[in-house]
Design a protein around this ligand. Structure first.
Ligand code: NAI
Ligand code: MG
Length: 332
């Protein structure tokens, strides 16, 4: 049994987490769940949406599976997710977008991975009032963080047998910060002559993703660009209900779906659990339980193959419990 910290989160979080645990159990995953709190529930218990107890548990056990968390707005709390990524130095956000069977979408063969720098850029959290009515937000780019994120992208390409890394930037407009990001990326690319390297402006990337996303393989970019592009890529393969994600650091890893707490459908049993289930499959792979991970991914694909197996976000009628049951039936 491997201990894994489990944070159910807010909104639809507890619903999709319960579904995910059922699927993992049925797939034979050997996990000892350690419950921890973050989000609104943690404010009630600990007075902090990201309590030290939770950070300490992840530091101890190294791996966590997390549901979406709502950051209380206007109460002086910084984004929980941004804080979590910075505190644990989870520098790489890894978000695969891969076409699934049976969905009527403009593209069938999308298979790309967005690698987002997770600790700095505009999300460094350095904002201040210059004078009333004028705010300054600092966009931090360091050579060390650029080097480690681009290296992470090349390593992922190498390990997964992917052919190309595309570095996205806007160095013409931001010659210092994005110039440093791009130039550092070029140096890292030199270490990987066996993987093809491409540079692209972020606006050009948006155009090309809309026209033909099947051209892309691994994409690497700074924090804000990555936040936006990963949601866009989720849309290309069926939406937020389906795409998984991981936040990886040198010592810790936190797995979570790309979507948020979806307050509009929370508590109604309507949420699609697939995004968190697939995030959990990535977590299983990370801890070496590859057989269970593969079984779960195959079961999701087999389930979606049948057009009757659709939750509301995909235009269907099934609720969280019903789609979970179908996925469990399809485990082999
Ligand atoms: P959201 O992802 O929660 O919702 C956007 C839309 O997608 C909504 O219509 C929602 O119903 C739908 N949706 C999302 N996940 C779904 C699922 N699994 N099944 C079916 N439909 C789904 O984004 P929004 O509304 O911008 O944010 C809501 C809250 O979530 C905010 O408090 C935000 O801060 C938080 N959030 C937390 C994240 C995290 O913990 N990693 C990430 C993004 C947002
Ligand atoms: Mg986002």
């Amino acid at each position: 049994m491997t201990p894994v910290v489990m944070i159910a989160g807010d909104g639809i979080g507890p619903e999709v987490m319960a579904a995910t645990r059922q699927v993992l159990h049925a797939a034979g995953a050997r996990i000892d769940w350690i419950e921890a709190y973050a989000g609104l529930g943690a404010v009630e218990r600990f007075g902090d949406p990201l309590p030290r107890e939770t950070l300490d548990l992840i530091r101890k056990h190294r791996v966590a599976l997390k549901g979406p968390c709502t950051t209380p707005v206007g109460k002086g709390f910084r984004s929980i997710n941004v804080r979590l990524r910075q505190e644990l130095q989870l520098f790489a956000s890894v978000r695969p977008a891969k076409s699934l069977p049976g969905l009527q979408l403009p593209y069938d063969h999308v298979d790309l991975v967005v690698i987002r720098e997770n600790t700095e850029g505009l999300y460094a959290g350095l904002e201040h009032v210059v004078i009333p009515g004028v705010i300054e937000s600092l966009r931090i780019v360091t050579r060390s963080a650029a080097d480690r994120i681009v290296r992470h992208a090349f390593e992922l390409a190498r390990v997964q047998g992917r052919a190309r890394v595309t570095l996205c930037h806007k160095a013409e407009v931001l010659p210092l910060s994005d110039g440093l990001f791009r130039d550092t990326g070029r140096q890292v690319a030199d270490d990987y002559p066996f993987i093809s390297f491409q540079e692209m402006h972020i606006d050009r990337l948006c155009l090309e993703l809309a026209m033909d996303p099947t051209r892309f393989d691994v994409l690497v970019m700074e924090n804000l660009f990555g936040d936006v592009i990963s949601d866009l890529c989720a849309g290309l393969v069926g939406g937020l209900g389906l795409v998984p994600g991981a936040n990886i650091g040198g010592r810790h890893a936190v797995f979570e779906a790309v979507h948020g707490s979806a307050p509009d459908i929370a508590g109604k049993g309507l949420a699609n659990p697939i995004a968190l289930i697939r995030s959990a499959a990535m977590m299983l792979e990370h801890i070496g339980q590859r057989t269970a991970a593969g079984t779960i991914e195959n079961a999701v694909r087999r389930t979606l193959h049948d057009p009757n197996n659709r939750t509301g976000d995909l235009g269907g009628k099934l609720g969280t419990a019903a789609i979970t049951e179908k996925i469990i039936e399809n485990l082999e």
